[in-house]
Structures are given as C-alpha cells and as structure tokens.
Design a protein around this ligand. Structure first.
Ligand SMILES: Cc1ncc(COP(=O)(O)O)c(C=O)c1O
Length: 478
C-alpha cells in the first residue's frame, strides 16, 4: 500500500461525519482510478462537492457552482425534494424483498408496465413489447445487442455510425465508434460497418452493395450525445427506419442519453425521427440521479427468440429489477410527467441555444461551434494550439483544450461535462428542473468566462503553471 492508511476499518459513521478532503483525495488516488483523480485534482475541478440545493454544488472552499454536469444522468438535480420524500416513504413503508430475482415483484411489474405504456403511447406497435432491466446504459445495450443477435442468428455484423457511443462494456464497445477506446481490445465482440452519421445515401449504397440478411441490426442514437450533441437531418432517422423495414433489418434506438426528456422528447427516435425502432434502450434519467437503472424494451417476437420457452437462463442478471431501483425509476417517470419536464426542456432549450449562438458569434477565435437540442448543449472550442503546429499531437492538444475549458468554466462558477467521443467539446446538461433565474445565471457566467478569455490560445496562457506541469506529467505517464 503506497498511500494513506487507516489503522482500522473506515466506518460509515466516520464518512457520514465527513472525511477531510485531503484524505478523500489520497484514498482515491491510492486505491482508485489514480491518474484520472490526479488529472482532475491538477485541474482544480475535483471537489469533493456537496449539494447546497438541487442545482448548485459547493466545493471545499465554500464556492458555489451551478451543476450542469452529471452526464445527463441527473434529471432533477441532487436531493430533489419530491424524489427524496418518496425515498423516505419507500424506505419506511415498502416491505417488498430487495432482490426479487426468482419471484414476482410489484415495483418491477409497475415499471415494466409503465415503460411499455410510455413507448406504446407514441408507437402503438409496441403495445405488446417486453422489458429487460439492467444496471447501466451499457448493460441495457448489451441486452439489446444479444436480443438482436439471437433474433438474427446467421447475421454477422452491426451497422453503426461514426462517433456513436453505446458504452464501453465488451459488446457495447464493439458498436461504440471510438478507435482509442476500441483498439486495445481488438478483436472486438462484434464486427461493424460504420457509416457517416446523418448520411442516408451511405446506407442506401451499403444495401445496394451488400446482402442485408448479414446485418444483425442497425444501432443508433437519435441525437448523438457523447459526440457532442450532433443532430442529424430529421429525414435521416425516418429514412434509416424505412429502408431497414424494407430489407427486414431490426433497428435499435439507443435513447439512453436523448430519451426521457433531456432532448425535449420522451422518445425522440419515435417522436422527432419518425422511427419505429424494434428495440429501445433507456438508462441515465430513469435512475433519478440516485441509482443505476437501465432497460431494454423489445418487441415480443424478438424478446421471445432469446428468452422464450425454458431459455430464461440465456440472459439474466442479479441486480436488474431490484425493488429500490424500480421504485426510483417509477417515481422518476412520474416526476418527468407531473412536472411537465419534456415541454420545459424544449422551451428552455430554445432560449439557451439562442444565447450560445450569440456567444459563438461574439467569439469566433474561441468557439468553433455550438449545438443544442432540448436542455442539452455542446460548445466546441478551437484548439489551444493550431493543428498545424500540434504536429502528431492533435488529439493530446484536443484533450488539453477540453480540460482547460472545463477549468475556466469551473473558475467562472459552472460545473460542466466533457464529451467522451469528441475533443475540445464541453457539454452542458443542467437539471431539467433548474429554476429560470439560475438557468439565465448559468449563461451569464458562460458569457463572462468567454468574454474574459476571448481566444483559444488564451485558455493556455491563463492556466496556472502548476496545473500545466502536473497535467503534462500525467500525460507522459510520470
Ligand atoms: C447514448 C449512450 N448509450 C450508452 C451509454 C452508456 O451508459 P452507461 O455509462 O450507463 O453504461 C451512454 C453513456 O454516456 C450513452 O450516452
């Protein structure tokens, strides 16, 4: 053991009373994901944070920041009172067993029915669909991938799209389109044919060239999240769906980030894209920001191919469908519905995108492009060093640009996300419940940071030298 040690076990009472921040850093650095912890600490964005309201975080020095991070998995903010009140009631009253793997389960039954009802209310062809619950978005996609393969046993590859993100577990990783993440693990679980996102003609050309019966499924996000909120032409989605149906190819819509209100739609592949996907996956907001809940919803005919008859052992898990997660999932859907968060996301999203577009116009040397769809925004920066001088280190410069931009926002009072499948891109995913004054304040803070910095190269100049040295050391493995 090369770091902080405790003489005895760390007790829950000690953690509840509050560990000091240095101890938390050292424990994480010495026993966890060391270099990630070092990098966020070097960038001075590590916290640990406490929540002072559902929408604001406080850092160890008492500074408050608006929380626009959480990777789209914090739909209501931290400790949102309606969800916390429900959780108190659940813990006090529910007597259902926690892990009803081999028995009937009222909470699971209710969430299964609600998810099918929700999808079927938008696409009646799903009124007889079935649900499989998981413990993450990646695992929901694992289920979807296996459902599709079991349905098309002789097919050999998936069609996916450039910069698609479906997760990093082995099966999902093979459909995620990111060479850095994939290359250490080749050969991957599944072959893919990767097309440009938004290019329907490329799909048409593929179908003219190759026998469609070899395609296991087409898998896509209706709007790409980790690529940095990439919105395809609306006709792209309906076109993919039409051609897939024409050739008998199943379609998997990954709604994990876009779905359940973030995009301003409950199921944008159906409502905005005009698709009728055969399998849909959900996760992030379904857990209310409290617990992992993932789900794959599939047409009965597909579901039965993998799990019909006595084949229930073909795919299963231990924790999927556990009572507390199901209860939180059901309450999360209820809050989204009762508080009109879909419409709110759309209305506030329009205002936010207008503000970002105005900002990008004012700062062409700093911001390359802004994008948005609902309460879901991406700001793409210019590189801190021009590509022609970055030589072979374009990706590293891109990564640095992202971290420096996160640092600047942090200093300006905003906690933001990076984008896993895109360099130089910051994503903003504020809670869908954020009060309007705080929402406007968020854009005021972004404006102030950008007005102060002015150009991408200044991101570099304004970074404290100690942070630069520490980040440089981590990037060369020291
Ligand atoms: C579209 C999409 N699919 C799948 C995943 C993976 O979900 P998880 O991180 O819960 O495994 C993500 C996560 O960002 C995502 O955005």
């Amino acid at each position: 053991m090369d770091g902080t040690t405790f003489n005895g076990p760390i007790t829950t009472d000690e953690v509840l009373a509050g560990l000091d921040n240095r101890t938390v850093f050292e424990l994480e650095r010495d026993h966890g994901n060391t270099d990630l912890i070092r990098a966020i600490e070097a960038a001075r964005i590590a916290g640990p944070f406490t929540s002072v309201s559902p929408w604001e975080l406080e850092d160890p020095s008492g500074v408050r920041r608006i929380n626009a991070a959480g990777y789209a998995a914090i739909p209501f903010g931290e400790r949102y009172p309606p969800l916390m009140d429900f959780l108190d009631r659940y813990l006090a009253k529910s007597r259902q067993i926690g892990l009803p793997v081999q028995s009937l389960a009222p909470w699971r039954a209710a969430l299964e029915a609600e998810l099918v009802r929700l999808v079927a209310s938008l696409d009646t062809s799903h009124s007889n669909s079935r649900v499989f619950f998981t413990n993450s978005g990646s695992e929901a996609n694992e289920a979807a991938i296996k459902l599709a393969k079991a349905f098309r046993p002789n097919a050999t590859y998936f069609v996916n799209f450039k910069r698609a993100f479906h997760g990093k577990t082995t099966g999902a990783l093979s459909i995620t389109s990111n060479e850095d993440c994939q290359s250490p693990f080749r050969p991957l679980a599944y072959e893919t044919l990767t097309l440009p996102f938004g290019d329907l003609e490329a799909f048409e050309a593929l179908l003219a060239r190759k026998d469609p019966k070899h395609v296991i499924a087409v898998m896509l996000e209706p709007i790409q999240g980790e690529a940095g909120v990439i919105v395809p032409p609306q006709t792209f989605l309906s076109g993919i769906d039409r051609l897939s149906k024409q050739y008998g190819i199943p379609v998997i819509a990954d709604e994990i980030q876009a779905g359940l209100a973030r995009s301003g739609y409950l199921v944008p592949s159906i409502e905005w894209g005009g698709m009728s996907p055969d399998i849909l996956t959900f996760a992030k907001p379904l857990g209310g920001g409290l617990t992992p809940v993932g789900a794959a919803v599939a047409r009965k005919v597909i579901y039965r191919k993998m799990l019909g008859g006595m084949n229930f052992k073909t795919h299963s898990n231990t924790f999927g469908g556990n009572s507390m997660s199901m209860a939180i999932g059901l309450k999360s859907l209820e809050i989204i519905r009762d508080e009109g968060l879909v419409a709110r996301s759309r209305v506030l999203g329009k205002i936010g995108l207008e503000r970002l577009e105005a900002l990008a116009k004012r700062h062409p040397k700093l911001i390359k492009e802004v994008r948005g769809f609902g309460l879901w925004f991406a700001i793409e920066f210019h590189p801190v060093v021009p590509d022609r001088t970055a030589l072979g280190m374009k990706d590293l410069v891109g990564e640095f640009t992202t971290i420096l931009a996160l640092m600047m926002f942090h200093r300006g009072g905003l906690h933001a996300n990076l984008a896993a499948n895109s360099h130089r891109t910051i994503r903003l995913t504020p809670p869908l419940t954020i009060p309007e004054d705080l929402y406007n304040e968020m854009f005021d803070r972004i404006d102030a940071v950008a007005d102060d910095i002015g150009s991408a190269s200044k991101l570099l100049i304004r970074t404290p030298p100690t942070s630069m040295v520490d980040l440089a050391r981590i990037s060369i493995g020291v």
